[in-house]
Design a binder for this molecule. Structure first.
Ligand SMILES: Cc1cc2nc3c(=O)[nH]c(=O)nc-3n(C[C@H](O)[C@H](O)[C@H](O)COP(=O)(O)OP(=O)(O)OC[C@H]3O[C@@H](n4cnc5c(N)ncnc54)[C@H](O)[C@@H]3O)c2cc1C
Length: 453
């Protein structure tokens, strides 16, 4: 069996791997010292593009346009960049065995890769309905979206089924983004999810009401409070319908399932400490095994800001954890969770933690020409999370700062509301016209709002 040795190996070739490679290059790495081993056939790219511009009918994003690190405004690392830096990109190679004691990885074709230091960046895999024995869930025309190959298959189906019916199973951000892109592609879209409103892990009912209304105005049908329990298919094995638990049947030419992900940690089970479904690390993303780091979706790390261990499945965390691990810095982690999404002409950003009481403000009318609104989360008297739809870069920086600094809300909370929750100095966050008064609370918070001005 062929055997290769590298000083540093990154297993996984996604977002975290790409940003780690850039950090290695920045700090200086000798040719031949670093290898990235990836199951995918392409160099690291900005994965979020797959559910957005990649699926657009016109002007769609294609590689090499969205290789890392363009997503954060950085240099685009083309495959040649790795060659120039002497970084070995070992693509289309799946690692099927890891022996952390002997510092060896084995690929599906039997190649052995030895390392001195390992960075685990295997990300997540999708949860499939067939994992739960849902009847007919392996029919043709039922798609999941994680990697570029999945996106290519979906693009093919979208083009083949133009004008047909699409059912999106799942009401998370993937479901919402796919609902939008499929509608833009002239499919008749129905979304199905069991929760009372979309994206319940982050959105309040007030935030969700805006998005559900906006989607309804675009002609997207939303079926809530039930789940897909089976699929019908024709004699070619192509999906024709989705059967719901409440007895209804939805016709379908294409089905896309977005019901969550699972971190890919199985290679390392029993060899490394785990917590909250991920690989437990310290603040520098070091695992319980010497010389082994875990970054991105697989890492459960101490988020000092909230004094607890967290696992985060967001692109910003993948980038920052990778850079932090490579630096193996001596300072403490001060990462604040950041999450964003875009669909239709909408674009929101969220910073911090979605716990505690919420304050919704601004124009949440889905029919508005330019809706603009936000929400704060207040816990133990401090503002711990901030959400903004349609923010300018400056406003988004301001809410990020709020989430990081966690100013006291000095909130006087009363109901019903008597005024806009935004005091005079926060003009930049004030929507142009407030047609609808906030349904939640009145908050007067000079210290918070001073930060926004
Ligand atoms: C469609 C989609 C849209 C998204 N949109 C957003 C968004 O709008 N905002 C946001 O914040 N986040 C978004 N995310 C989440 C974000 O992309 C992830 O959190 C991020 O990619 C995690 O980076 P990672 O490097 O840990 O994992 P990944 O980027 O998933 O990379 C993991 C890599 O490891 C490879 N791999 C896995 N196992 C092996 C193995 N055994 N051998 C070799 N290679 C292996 C995989 O093939 C993959 O290349 C989105 C995710 C998806 C799938």
């Amino acid at each position: 069996m062929a055997e290769k040795h590298f000083k540093y190996v990154i297993v996984g070739g996604g977002v975290a791997a790409g940003y780690a490679a850039r950090e290695f290059a920045r700090l200086g790495v000798n040719p031949g010292e670093l290898a990235i081993i990836s199951k995918e056939a392409v160099a690291p790219y900005e994965r979020p593009a797959l559910s957005k511009a990649y699926l657009f009918p016109q002007g769609s994003a294609r590689l090499p346009g969205f290789h890392v690190c363009v997503g954060s405004g950085g240099e685009r690392l083309l495959p040649e960049w790795y060659t120039e830096k002497g970084i070995e990109l070992i693509l289309s190679t799946e690692i099927v065995k890891a022996d952390l004691a002997s510092k060896a990885l084995v690929s599906s074709s039997g190649e052995i890769f030895k390392y001195d230091t390992l960075i685990i960046a295997t990300g997540s895999t999708v949860i499939k309905l067939s994992d739960f024995g849902v009847k007919g869930a392996d029919a043709k025309g039922i798609f999941y979206l994680r990697e570029i190959d999945d996106a290519d298959q979906l693009v093919e189906a979208i083009q083949a089924k133009k004008g047909g019916k699409a059912v999106i199973v799942g009401g998370g951000y993937i479901g919402l983004e796919l609902g939008a892109t499929l509608q833009i592609n002239d499919l008749d879209v129905t979304m199905v999810y069991p929760e009372p409103w979309c994206m319940p892990r982050l959105f309040t009912s007030g935030i969700a009401a805006f998005y559900e209304g906006y989607y309804a105005n675009k002609g997207i049908k939303i079926v809530k409070g039930t789940v897909a329990v089976g699929f019908d298919s024709d004699s070619n094995g192509e999906v024709t319908a989705v059967n719901l638990k409440d007895g209804r049947t939805l016709e379908a030419d294409v089905v896309v399932v977005g019901v969550g992900g699972r971190p890919l940690t199985t290679l390392f089970k029993g060899q490394v400490d785990e917590e909250k479904g991920g690989i437990k690390t310290d603040a520098f993303f070091k695992t319980s095994v010497p010389d082994v780091y875990a970054v991105g979706d697989v890492a459960t790390f101490p988020l000092k800001l909230y004094s607890e261990l967290r696992r985060v499945e967001h692109v910003d965390h993948a980038r920052k954890s990778a850079e932090q691990a490579v630096k193996w810095a001596r300072w403490r982690v001060r990462l604040s969770p950041y999450f964003y999404s875009r669909a239709f002409n909408l674009s929101w950003q969220f910073y911090g933690d979605n716990v505690g009481e919420t304050v919704l403000f601004g124009d949440t009318d889905p029919a508005s020409a330019k809706p603009k609104f936000g929400s704060y989360w207040i816990k133990d008297g401090r503002v711990v999370g901030a959400f903004l739809e349609a923010g300018t870069p400056e406003e988004n920086q301001a809410i990020a700062r709020v989430a990081r600094l966690q100013p006291p809300s000095t909130a006087s909370i009363s109901s019903p509301p008597m005024a806009s929750p935004l005091p005079a100095r926060s003009d930049r966050l004030r929507p142009p016209t407030i047609k609808q008064r906030p349904r939640h609370f009145l908050v007067r918070s000079c210290s918070l709002m001073n930060l926004l001005c």
